[in-house]
Design a protein around this ligand. Structure first.
Ligand code: DGY
Length: 323
């Protein structure tokens, strides 16, 4: 129908979400789920009022500047918006939204999986069984580090960080220490201990889980200097963004044993340009950016992006407006 607003949907979305999009809008769907080049994205946006992208679409200032005049809203299918130049969008008067809340449980599950997997050497053990190299059991076979009752440090006590803290506290009796831009109210802290700076927090972290967004201030947050002040044998987990870690520094610490193990779901230059040294290390548990990858969450992310679009087209303020 001609009057329905045209929306460029850059990736294949859950079926229920695409069905709903088709009812209310004129979506340009990506049935093959091919990653568009910048030129394709700009070309396909011609006449579209909205773009519904994922974090896989790099929306630089240049690309945003080159978008057709018709584009008035970018409704991201992601909580992270580091792929999208918000200042460029603002200066063109383009509204930007994201999908918070709905992926907190799923992402915290993966953070927990990484923490347990790294500490208990899960991928190493799995490889051993699969390769038929597992020959024997002995008291020192595949001995890892216990998670229960330890101190967990969290950087970024937003929605995902808070779920991670609750699960670690309630499920594994962990003591929670954290750093955040601001201290949480006492009821949300639920006994967690706050530190004003990353440097004050790190010496307390037997485990460290990163949950802050990638911003100019947080890029390279975990570098060699900060790794040096972690306790010996600490375990590092990252489900936020690869840019938070300096790969060379982490790999060096994993090789020297300064850091006992790491669990990563996100990477600098993922997927093709992942730091090559990681693949050679046994004490690292690697997952392919699947923090939000549950059926329930992917549906919820799609419907949340739709809710933002619906609000925009109804002339009200989208609840998840970030620019
Ligand atoms: C997010 O929503 O930011 C996740 O990383 C998936 O894009």
């Amino acid at each position: 129908m001609v009057n329905k607003p045209k929306i460029l949907v850059t990736r294949k979305l859950p079926e229920a979400v695409e069905c709903r999009l088709e009812q209310n809008y004129q979506p340009i769907l990506n049935h093959d789920d091919r990653l568009y080049s910048a030129e394709e994205l700009i070309g396909l946006s011609e006449g579209a009022v909205a773009i519904l992208p994922c974090h896989t679409e790099l929306l630089t200032a240049k690309i945003i500047g080159d978008l057709p005049e018709s584009v008035r809203i970018i409704a991201n299918f992601s909580v992270g918006v580091d792929h999208c130049d918000l200042e460029a969008a603002k200066s063109r008067g383009i509204v930007v939204t994201n999908t918070p809340d709905v992926l907190s449980d799923a992402t915290a599950e993966i953070a927990m999986l990484l923490m347990l997997g790294a500490a208990r050497r899960a991928s190493e053990g799995e490889r051993l069984v699969r390769s038929k190299e597992w020959k024997d059991w002995s008291p020192d076979f595949m001995v890892g580090i216990q998670v229960s009752g330890k101190r967990l440090g969290i950087i970024g006590m937003g929605r995902v960080g808070q779920v991670m803290a609750r699960n670690a506290r309630d499920g594994f009796g962990m003591e929670i220490h954290y750093h955040n831009r601001s201290q949480l109210p006492t009821d949300l802290e639920a006994g967690s201990i706050y530190y004003d700076s990353v440097e004050e927090l790190l010496p307390h972290c037997q485990f460290l889980s990163l949950h802050c967004p990638a911003t100019p201030e947080s890029i390279g947050l975990l570098n060699a200097e900060r790794i040096a002040i972690l306790p010996e044998d600490a375990i590092v987990v990252n489900t936020a963004r690869g840019a938070l870690i300096e790969d060379e520094a982490l790999a060096t610490a994993l090789i020297s044993g300064k850091i006992a193990a790491a669990g990563l779901d996100v990477y600098n230059n993922e997927p093709a340009g992942i730091f090559p040294g990681y693949r050679d290390l046994t004490n690292i548990f690697l997952l392919p950016h699947i923090g939000s990858a549950t059926r329930e969450t992917r549906d919820a992310m799609g419907f949340r992006a739709l809710a933002n679009l619906d609000a925009f087209f109804a002339g009200s303020e989208p609840v998840d407006r970030v620019a």
